[in-house]
Design a protein around this ligand. Structure first.
Ligand code: FE2
Length: 334
């Protein structure tokens, strides 16, 4: 797995300037929603041409659950404008489109073959996530739709080589989304713990993610810069964990709650995880995990230690800890 560079955001985005200079970018394809011009990062990107001589080519022709046609249009622009770098600012859909543009960047955009990746491996790829939840910027997975069918794509070449964790993009996040996306990151980390694909490395990422979530959630929910930055870090770490393990039962079950009832993804995942884990704890004799009941018991113990379950130093920590024993965490109404 390649190493991802984490850039910190100061007022003038000096680390982004340095990254773009290091990579020798002269023309940047910017995958984003049009509203990013209202954000501080949008104004920074507007200044790139004047300050560093870097042309910026915006691309916003995509929608939620992006279609393969959007990827084709992005590749057409990338090739036609001779872009030598990609940046994406957005949530899961924008990041999925940008990943696919890079992965299929050498193909003829008129007829993309999703089974034949043709990545532009040397193309610098910077992601700026606008929620602290999906961790998509850290994973090798992308989803696009072709002729109405969901296409799941997996490639190391999907992973951005740099990520900017910019607390200012979370400032205007609606409260419900703020909670739901945090719970998405939380569920990624919890599910990674007991995945069949779990490794020492994935567990280390999951532990770090959970620790940061517990430590920063008060500040994050108060919409403070420090909490927002820490939660972006936590979501990135949880993304790195599921990049190794993939998600497990909680996520597998939650998609119907979103498609049938419009419940936000992270909220739906939390609703499932809080039912699943108490069930597993209460019914060890029904364990069909090939690693055995004793192994899973150890996993539960390590997870409880990470969650500081016996300590419950403050109320918010116990909110999360109680997810494991069936406490009903109440998110704000959508
Ligand atoms: Fe998720």
């Amino acid at each position: 797995m390649k190493k991802q560079r984490i850039l910190q955001a100061d007022e003038h985005y000096t680390e982004v300037d340095a990254y773009l200079r290091d990579q020798g970018v002269s023309c940047l394809l910017l995958v984003c929603n049009p509203w990013i011009s209202r954000l501080r990062i949008g104004k920074y990107l507007d200044s790139l041409t004047q300050r560093l001589g870097i042309r910026v080519v915006p691309f916003s022709d995509f929608c939620p659950n992006p279609q393969v046609e959007s990827v084709s249009k992005g590749i057409e622009l990338l090739q036609g404008k001779h872009c030598d770098g990609i940046a994406v600012i957005g949530g899961g859909s924008a990041i999925d489109v940008a990943k696919c543009i890079r992965l299929y960047g050498r193909q003829n955009p008129a007829g993309l073959d999703l089974l034949q990746p043709a990545p532009i491996e040397e193309l610098p790829f910077l992601a700026v996530p606008t929620t602290a939840g999906t961790g998509s910027e850290a994973t090798r997975y992308a989803v696009v739709y072709a002729a109405g069918e969901k296409q799941s794509i997996t490639s190391e070449q999907c992973i951005p080589d740099a990520v900017l964790l910019d607390a200012s993009v979370l400032k205007t996040l609606p409260e419900y989304q703020r909670h739901a996306t945090m719970m998405d990151a939380f569920c990624h980390a919890v599910e990674a713990f007991r995945s069949l694909n779990a490794t020492q490395k994935s567990e280390a990422y999951a532990r770090q993610a959970l620790t940061r979530i517990l430590e920063s959630m008060d500040s994050y929910l108060r919409n403070e810069d420090q909490g927002n930055t820490q939660m972006l870090h936590a979501a990135n770490l949880a993304g790195k964990a599921i990049n190794i393990t993939q998600t497990t039962a909680g996520h597998a079950m939650c998609y119907k709650l979103t498609s049938l009832y419009g419940i936000a993804h992270g909220h739906a995942a939390a609703l499932c995880v809080r039912q699943l884990w108490p069930f597993m704890l209460a019914n060890p004799e029904r364990c069909i995990d090939p690693r055995g009941e004793a192994y899973l018991h150890d996993v539960f113990v390590r997870l409880a230690e990470t969650m500081k379950c016996p300590i419950r130093r403050n109320r918010r920590q116990s909110y999360l800890a109680r997810l494991l024993i069936g406490w009903r965490y109440q998110l704000p109404k959508p």
